[in-house]
Ligand binder design. Structure first.
Ligand code: ADP
Length: 487
C-alpha cells in the first residue's frame, strides 16, 4: 500500500520547510510505519495563503457546481474505500471491519452536504416600504479543522464536508497519532476536477506546534475542533489572544447509560456493550457510566459476562477481531493508571483490569467493569477513553436524573425503558446535547450533534452546520432615491 507522508499544501505533497518530521506508530505492533512531515509556523503561513486563494476561487463557482463536486468526492471516497480503511486500521489500530463501516459513513457525509449546497438561502425582511432588506449567508473563508485520533477518516470527513459545502476552504490538522488517512483523503479530494488547488489542505504535527500555529493565525477565521476539554480551553485562549475567531468545540464526555427495570434488558445489554467497548472505548459519546435500576442488577451483570466473553481482542487486520489496539503507549498507560488507582482505592473490580495475557506486542486492554462505584471517584468523574465501564444502581427516576446530571460533561446519554412517558420526561430533564432513547450511537449527517456543559459548544451536521460555518450578512437597499439631510 502506498502511504503518503508529506504535507498536503496548495494541492500538492511537499516536505516541511525545515525538513522536520515525526514517527507514526502502528499501535497493534508498536512498530514504526513511517516518518511524517511536521508543519511548522512557516508551513502554516504558506498553507493559509494558498487556502485563502482556493477559497475565493471555490466560492466563485455556482452553488450547483460546488454541490456536484462534493458528490464526486463521495464517489471517489467510495472507490478508494479499501485503501482508506486499511490506513485507518494500520495507523489507528482499529478493527478492519469497523474501518470499512466508517467509509460508508464518510461517503454519506459528502452525499448529504453535496445535496445542501444549492439549497442554502437567505431571507427578505419586511422592513420600511422604501427599503429592501435581505440576508445573505457567506462563508468565513479559511476554516481550520483539528481532529482527534479515534476515527481518523470519519472525523476528517465530518469536518471537511460541511466546511467546504458552506463555501469555505479547510485546513485539516489530524491528530499526530493518526496522520496518514487524511493525507490520502486530501489527495482523493484534489483529484476532482472542479476542486481548486489547495481547497483542502492537510498539515500534520503536534498540537503545541502545528495546532497552536493554526489556532493563532489571523488568516484563519473559524476553528472546528474535536478533542479534549483541556485542549478546547487552549484553543479558546489562542482565539482570544488573536483575531477572536469563533470555534465549534466537540469535547470530552462521561455519558450515562440508564437501564430501568421495565426495559427490554437483552436489547439494553446489547446497547451498553456496543456503547462502551466499541472502538476500545475510544469514543467521546461512549456510555461509560452504567446506571441500573436495583431490580435488574443481577440480570444485567450476567448479560454483561456473556457478551464480554465474545469480544475477541487482537490483530486489527483480522475480520474476527472485535476489539483492536489502544491508540498509543501514553493512552494505554493512562488507562492502566486509572484502573490501578481505582483497585488500590478499594473499588470493586468485576472483570478485566489487565492487559490480555496472550498478546505480547501492541497496546491492548481487556474490557473492564467496576461495580458499586462511588460517585465522587475519579473513574466515575473523569473521561478515561478506554474500555472501562463503571456500574452504579438507582432506585427511582429522581435519583437517576441526579446521578446522570452529576457531571461536568454533557455530551450524550442513553435511556432504556418501555414506558414512552418516562422516556420523554427523562429526555426533557437530562443535561446532554444528545439523548438516545432505547438506542445508542444513532447518527446522521442531517442530525445536529454536540454537547452541553464542558462537552463543548456549537453543533455539527445538518442545518446547524450551515449556521456554524457561515456568517450572516444583512443588506439594506434604499428604494426611494432620497436621503434626508442632517442636521
Ligand atoms: P486527545 O486527548 O483526544 O488526544 P487532544 O485534545 O490532546 O485530545 O488532541 C486533539 C487534537 O488537538 C489533536 O489533533 C492535537 O494535536 C490537537 N491539539 C493538542 N494541543 C493543541 C493546542 N494547544 N492547540 C491546537 N491543537 C492542539
Amino acid at each position: 500500500m502506498e502511504v503518503q507522508s508529506k504535507l498536503f499544501i496548495g494541492g500538492e505533497f511537499i516536505v516541511s520547510s525545515d525538513n522536520s518530521s515525526f514517527s507514526t506508530i502502528n499501535p497493534a505492533t508498536e512498530e514504526k510505519i513511517c516518518e511524517v512531515s511536521l508543519a511548522n509556523e512557516e508551513d502554516v503561513n504558506n498553507c493559509v495563503l494558498s487556502s485563502k486563494k482556493a477559497q475565493v476561487e471555490w466560492f466563485s463557482l455556482d452553488a450547483s457546481q460546488r454541490g456536484k463536486a462534493l458528490l464526486d468526492i463521495a464517489k471517489a471516497i467510495e472507490n478508494a474505500g479499501d485503501e482508506l480503511a486499511n490506513l485507518d486500521c494500520l495507523d489507528g489500530g482499529r478493527p478492519i471491519l469497523d474501518c470499512k463501516e466508517d467509509v460508508h459513513a464518510a461517503v454519506e457525509m459528502f452525499n448529504y452536504f453535496g445535496g445542501i449546497v444549492d439549497k442554502i438561502k437567505g431571507n427578505t425582511i419586511p422592513v420600511q416600504n422604501d427599503k429592501l432588506c435581505y440576508t445573505r449567508r457567506e462563508p468565513y473563508g479559511v476554516v481550520a479543522a483539528i481532529t482527534a485520533w479515534n476515527y481518523p477518516l470519519f472525523n476528517a470527513c465530518a469536518k471537511i464536508a460541511p466546511i467546504i459545502a458552506t463555501g469555505n476552504s479547510c485546513i485539516l490538522k489530524p491528530a499526530e497519532e493518526t496522520p496518514l488517512t487524511a493525507l490520502k483523503l486530501a489527495e482523493i479530494i484534489q483529484s476532482i476536477r472542479t476542486i481548486p488547488q489547495g481547497l483542502v489542505s492537510v498539515i500534520n504535527g503536534p498540537g503545541e506546534i502545528t495546532g497552536e500555529a493554526l489556532t493563532r493565525h489571523d488568516g484563519v477565521s473559524k476553528i472546528s475542533f474535536t478533542g479534549s476539554t483541556e485542549t478546547g480551553r487552549k484553543i479558546l485562549r489562542a482565539s482570544a489572544d488573536t483575531n477572536l475567531k469563533g470555534a465549534v468545540l466537540e469535547l470530552g464526555g462521561k455519558s450515562p447509560f440508564i437501564i430501568f427495570d421495565d426495559a427490554n434488558i437483552e436489547m439494553a445489554l446489547n446497547g451498553i456493550v456496543f456503547s462502551v467497548f466499541y472502538n476500545q472505548g475510544q469514543t467521546c459519546t461512549a456510555g461509560t457510566r452504567l446506571l441500573v435500576q436495583e431490580g435488574s442488577l443481577e440480570k444485567v451483570l450476567n448479560g454483561l459476562d456473556e457478551r464480554i466473553e465474545k469480544l475477541t481482542i487482537g490483530d486489527p487486520i483480522s475480520e474476527e477481531t472485535v476489539l483492536g489496539a489502544i491508540i498509543s503507549k501514553e493512552q494505554h498507560q493512562k488507562i492502566i493508571n486509572y484502573v490501578d488507582d481505582a483497585v488500590e482505592s478499594g473499588i470493586s473490580l468485576y472483570c478485566g483490569g489487565k492487559i490480555p495475557s496472550n498478546i505480547k506486542k501492541g497496546f491492548f486492554y481487556e474490557p473492564t467493569v467496576f461495580l458499586n462505584v462511588p460517585s465522587e471517584s475519579k473513574i466515575c468523574k473523569e473521561e478515561i477513553f478506554g474500555p472501562v465501564l463503571v456500574v452504579q444502581t438507582f432506585s427511582d427516576e429522581e435519583e437517576v436524573i441526579k446521578m446522570a446530571n452529576d457531571s461536568k460533561y454533557g455530551l450524550a446519554s442513553s435511556i432504556w425503558t418501555k414506558s414512552s412517558q418516562r422516556l420523554t420526561l427523562m429526555a426533557n430533564r437530562i443535561e446532554t446535547g444528545i439523548v438516545w432513547c432505547n438506542t445508542v450511537f444513532a447518527e446522521h449527517p442531517g442530525a445536529p450533534a454536540g454537547g452541553y456543559k464542558q462537552s463543548g459548544y456549537g453543533r455539527e451536521y445538518g442545518d446547524s452546520a450551515v449556521d456554524e460555518y457561515m456568517q450572516l450578512k444583512t443588506v439594506w437597499v434604499d428604494l426611494s432615491d432620497d436621503f434626508f439631510s442632517w442636521p
